[in-house]
Design a protein around this ligand. Sequence first.
Ligand code: DAK
Length: 260
Amino acid sequence: MSYENLLVEREENLAIVTINRPKVLNALNGDVIRELGLVADELEGDDSVRVVIITGSGEKAFVAGADIAFMSKLSPMEAMRFARLGQAVMRKIENLSKPVIAAINGFALGGGNELAMSCDIRVASERAKFGQPEVQLGIIAGFGGTQRLTRLVNPGLAKEILYTADQYDAETAHKMGLVNHVVPAEELLNFCKGMAKRIAARGPVAVSLTKEAINAGLEMDLDKAIGVEADLFGLSFTTEDRKEGIAAFLEKRKPAFQNK
Ligand code: DAK
């Protein structure tokens, strides 16, 4: 499938999705959001893809937020529909059955930071800048920012970020726990591909079940959450991948997982 605002490349078992509107710093309008939903569906259904990387086009921005020109024309009802669509797409990315890595190559502001927070893992280039500038526009974060940021960093920090609209450099974002790693800009994509390939070499069903256990568990109390883990642990014992992984260990060879 081809997209107007996204570039989609495949490399071995990886898919690299690049949001491609560099003239407006990859700002998210309705079309980009819709296409992100479509590409998520496409990659979900493609068994050859084991890990997804999302990044932004150009050297300046991952995503500089929702497209302000686009938003300025929305009626309240259209804004509500935009919010619902955006939230559903972020949720779809968050719940994709395969890991998603955000390669944050520059500004990740507002909806851009919210998109990054919907990914499983965030890696920032030294040039990246983070923030939730919505209150400066007289609106509030609408793609899950008030909730995901509070879960990722502590509530006090999330409130500071959301109330002040301040921008934070990559090192500060790292200290806050917003990103896992900070790497030189020119190494960002290779670093993310390296991590993605290590993940892709593991048992794909097991990685997927691990993601499911973590995501489901975050919304439950610990007793229920470890119950989900036990169920999924049992399920992992039914897979061909489990037979192959254990056989490969005993035979002292590398496993050849089949995602089954
Ligand atoms: N939207 C549209 N265009 C944008 C943009 C954006 N978010 N960000 C940058 N651009 C455009 C600029 O207008 C400029 O276009 P030209 O003037 O060249 O035509 C071009 O990109 C380059 O930007 P600058 O010239 O401004 O570049 P600088 O390096 O000087 O500054 C900057 C970079 C990222 C600091 C600055 O561009 C900036 O402050 N951008 C806006 C950041 C921002 O406030 N983003 C929006 C956050 S609010 C919703 C759900 C979610 C949301 C909204 C609604 N629903 C529930 C309905 C989300 C809201 C947000 O994301």
